[in-house]
Design a protein around this ligand. Sequence first.
Ligand SMILES: CC(=O)SCCNC(=O)CCNC(=O)[C@H](O)C(C)(C)COP(=O)(O)OP(=O)(O)OC[C@H]1O[C@@H](n2cnc3c(N)ncnc32)[C@H](O)[C@@H]1OP(=O)(O)O
Ligand SMILES: O=C([O-])CC(=O)C(=O)O
Length: 375
Amino acid sequence: MGETASVAGLEGVVAAETRLSEVNGRSGEFTIAGFPVEELAPRATFEETVYLLWHARLPDAEELAGFREALAVRRGLPEGIVRLLRSAAVAGVPAMDALRAAVGALGVEETDGAEDARSIVARFPTIVAAYRRLLDGEEPVDPDPGLGHAANYLYMLWGERPQEGAVRALETYMNTVVDHGMNASTFAARVIVSTGSDMVSAVAGAVGALKGPLHGGAPGPALEVVFEVGSAGRAEEVLRSKLERGERLMGFGHRIYKVRDPRADVLAGAAEVLYGSGGDRGIYELALEVERTALRLLEEYKPGRNLKTNVEFYTALLLHGLGLPAGLFTPTFATARVAGWTAHCMEQRKLGRLIRPQSVYVGERGKKWVPLEKR
Ligand SMILES: CC(=O)SCCNC(=O)CCNC(=O)[C@H](O)C(C)(C)COP(=O)(O)OP(=O)(O)OC[C@H]1O[C@@H](n2cnc3c(N)ncnc32)[C@H](O)[C@@H]1OP(=O)(O)O
Ligand SMILES: O=C([O-])CC(=O)C(=O)O
């Protein structure tokens, strides 16, 4: 092969054609299967959004009822997976690692992609909620087939039926983050199925990619910073010292968005409603001050980089407002994004080829073997 320049982080490289979602980083627009995120996310149920991704259109009433039912009947976990989660909880395994192990242990149906996708998406919240309860020393709560996907997740976490406002906030969140172009975890999933491998393997790999702090692992640390700041007067001092030490501010910056991430506004709207009706209003106000200070300081320390608020900052605020502990932020992200991963797997299978980019060799050549005793 001739010499080819490498592109650090594959920035700007187009890796696939997709009809699932479009991220426009210059105008700050995000489209999910034809719908602007701000149009779809606050209105749709999660089941409607998943149906839209998988079928390229919204369901009618009968199709939606059938789809809800199809997910609801697949929520239960095989006994082996519950056993696996119990031992992981005893060993104190972090939630994303337990999720990855549990997903990896799901049986591969391999009859058709749609069946795999339904049973994987249906079981994600059950795994996450059961594991959270086991970590807290409580028994898992069985899914309630009478509840929608998001409501049932909260029910399995808390053991009581959630209020409508909480369900709406969670559905808005899950719809907002369900997919996002060729993000790292989605790309990982597409690479795995492109080899002809199965969807369970692809989703387990995607969970591994999502948990990193530069991707889906950011909201926990973003909230920690708000707590570390503690009061509005300390925002400048705390954030400045982080930037002086060369640390990144979690929840800010994005590979594609060079303007504000439009999902931040959708989640800010949902958070405003959630905190407006009570809850920890003080932390919400403080977070807004932290955001303002962070944006100002990022412009000062990284001029011209256009580092703006990303989805994770408001994810942290919204999920905290819902009463979720920080350890559940990334697993909850995964319970939404898994619908996008499976949609991409199906699309990749239909349209894609083996994904196999190139590397440029920068090592030495022509070396001579040296026997062990002479090294
Ligand atoms: C769901 C999601 O995945 S959304 C993203 C969630 N991740 C975060 O919030 C983590 C914080 N943000 C980041 O680390 C980055 O902005 C990323 C990983 C999201 C994007 O990274 P990239 O596109 O690779 O940008 P890159 O790492 O090249 O950074 C460009 C410059 O901006 C700086 N920078 C980028 N983000 C930040 C940040 N949050 N805080 C401080 N500096 C930053 C980098 O240090 C670099 O500066 P330099 O050129 O002077 O060395
Ligand atoms: O698109 C990205 O690179 C990261 C992101 O915001 C997401 O996955 O939601």
